[in-house]
Design a protein around this ligand. Structure first.
Ligand code: GRF
Length: 194
């Protein structure tokens, strides 16, 4: 199964997915797409021999549909079957999501449905939660609201700030996302072979 990973930043989740999809794993990362040339993950993907393309939102805005059409062109050109969002900071439009629903996943750094959107760790600390974590979910039209596939948990420590909590949650993300994607692809492959 051909997988594309969409990024906007460092790509640490991208790397854990690339490094997991080897050997007997039924998926392979065939494409990394970034919405900005500034993403540090681009060079990391190229260093691993993965095709990486920048579809720079700044050169398309305010024409969001033209931007998302180019994303779609790249995905079709590389015969992609599954999209994994990994730190992708563009909120995809309803037409794009409708074309990919059921074949597009995201990892979000909170225990959804709590703390959709940004600044998740500070919000959990401010709410005096005792636990934080990450969620892998299917992407639907409503932000951070699709079917939850799995979650990873960390305790919030008394002296935690947003940075220290984020770094511990990120460790869980790197464990959770590859496991969920492996199971997700295996389930699709099994269904397709029946
Ligand atoms: C991570 O916290 C992830 O949950 C969120 O973006 C952050 C950066 O991810 N979606 P990465 O290091 O670019 O993979």
């Amino acid at each position: 199964m051909n997988v594309a990973i969409l990024i906007s930043g460092s790509g640490s989740n991208m790397l854990s997915l690339i490094d997991d999809m080897t050997g007997s794993h039924p998926g392979r990362v065939r494409l990394v797409l970034s919405n900005t040339p500034k993403a540090a993950g681009i060079s990391k993907a190229i260093a691993r021999g993965i095709t990486a393309k920048v579809v720079d939102y700044q050169t398309y805005k305010p024409n969001i549909s033209a931007f998302e059409s180019e994303l779609q062109n790249q995905l079709e050109a590389h015969k992609i079957d599954l999209i994994c969002l990994a730190g992708f900071l563009h909120i995809l439009g309803s037409n794009f999501i409708a074309a990919w629903e059921g074949r597009i996943l995201n990892i979000h750094p909170s225990l959804l449905p709590k703390y959709k959107g940004l600044d998740t760790h500070q919000r959990a600390i401010d709410a005096k939660d005792d636990k934080a974590g990450c969620t892998v979910h299917e992407v639907v039209n409503e932000l951070d609201s699709g079917p939850i596939l799995a979650q990873g948990y960390v305790n919030i420590l008394r002296n935690d700030d947003a940075l220290s909590l984020a770094s511990r949650v990120l460790v869980q993300e790197h464990l959770l996302y590859p496991k969920v994607v492996r199971d997700f692809i295996h389930n699709i492959s099994t269904k397709n072979s029946q």
